[in-house]
Design a protein around this ligand. Structure first.
Ligand SMILES: Nc1ncnc2c1ncn2[C@@H]1O[C@H](COP(=O)(O)OP(=O)(O)O)[C@@H](O)[C@H]1O
Ligand SMILES: [Mg+2]
Length: 266
């Protein structure tokens, strides 16, 4: 059974794109068939996985927005490497709400949250995992990404604003999950909360990391991803010919093991 996993929290700069991109890369290296779905018009995980500098210039009108408009992603999927495909984002994805509210809901009388779900259904069974990256806000993009997912990974840094954001986001996941159950009989489960960009030397990081553990002990991934120069340089040196790759993603390997365990048991 294919599982769709979304990486989301209504915050920027908490390693959503880095974590989701590396997860797609590592799962494909393990032999799983992966479709990476980029639902953020900033296209950072698209850039990371395809090593393209300007996603809008390269993928222009062959992006995920067009796939959603066609309600069929088959001719828009790009093969990155063996076992790793991507539906790329571009700047144009910011116009998804126009399509959803003008055409999709009015003309086709569909629910606004299900545009991506219905698109991905056409290919879902050809993959082991769909990994979905999201924008930092709770927009129609994020709502569509959540409806299309079976599991949510909540990436966070170990800082106050993120700590505060988690509780509200968990409420949102529960609400969307209930709506999804009512509409199509399927729910959304939390796969876990992933701490990243953690700096051991900062006492406030340590404190918020511990507070997260106390508040959400049953939801935390044990693996904590530290702030590392090699990881920060991934957008420059990439995933495919990078002499410091091992150092950059060694902690993500442990996280991916935990993730596989959680989605197989939850
Ligand atoms: N473990 C890490 N160590 C150092 N820098 C990181 C790490 N993870 C992510 N980054 C960097 O932090 C910034 C924000 O990460 P990103 O994945 O783009 O976050 P988001 O998608 O949540 O906005 C990026 O510049 C990224 O390269
Ligand atoms: Mg991002």
């Amino acid at each position: 059974m294919t599982k769709a996993i979304v990486f989301s929290l209504q915050k920027g700069g908490i390693a959503k794109s880095t974590s989701s991109g590396i997860t797609s890369f590592l799962l494909s290296k393990k032999g799983y068939k992966i479709l990476h779905v980029d639902m953020d018009s900033q296209a950072n995980s698209t850039q990371m996985l395809t090593e393209v500098d300007d996603a809008t210039e390269t993928f222009g009108e062959r992006d995920i927005l067009e796939a959603i408009k066609a309600q069929d992603p088959r001719t828009y999927i790009i093969r990155v490497s063996d076992g790793l495909d991507i539906l790329p984002a571009t700047d144009y994805l910011a116009m998804l709400d126009q399509f959803v509210f003008n055409e999709y809901t009015r003309k086709h009388r569909q629910k606004p949250g299900l545009a991506l779900y219905n698109t991905l259904e056409k290919v879902k069974e050809s993959y082991d995992y769909l990994i979905i990256d999201t924008p930092p806000s709770l927009s129609i993009l994020t709502l569509n990404a959540m409806f299309a997912s079976d599991y949510v990974v909540i990436p966070t840094n170990t800082e106050k604003f993120s700590y505060n954001a988690i509780e509200r986001f968990l409420g949102t996941v529960e609400e969307v999950s209930q709506q999804k159950k009512d509409l199509i009989g399927k729910d959304i489960k939390v796969a876990g909360i992933l701490r990243s960009l953690h700096d051991k030397r900062r006492t406030d990081n340590k404190i918020f990391s511990e507070m997260m553990e106390e508040s959400y002990s049953h939801l935390m991934f044990n693996t904590v991803i530290h702030r590392k120069a090699a990881t920060g340089r991934l957008p420059i040196f990439g995933l495919y010919d990078n002499s410091e790759l091992k150092a950059a993603i060694s902690e993500h390997e442990k996280f991916v093991e935990e993730l596989l365990n959680n989605v197989q048991s939850r």
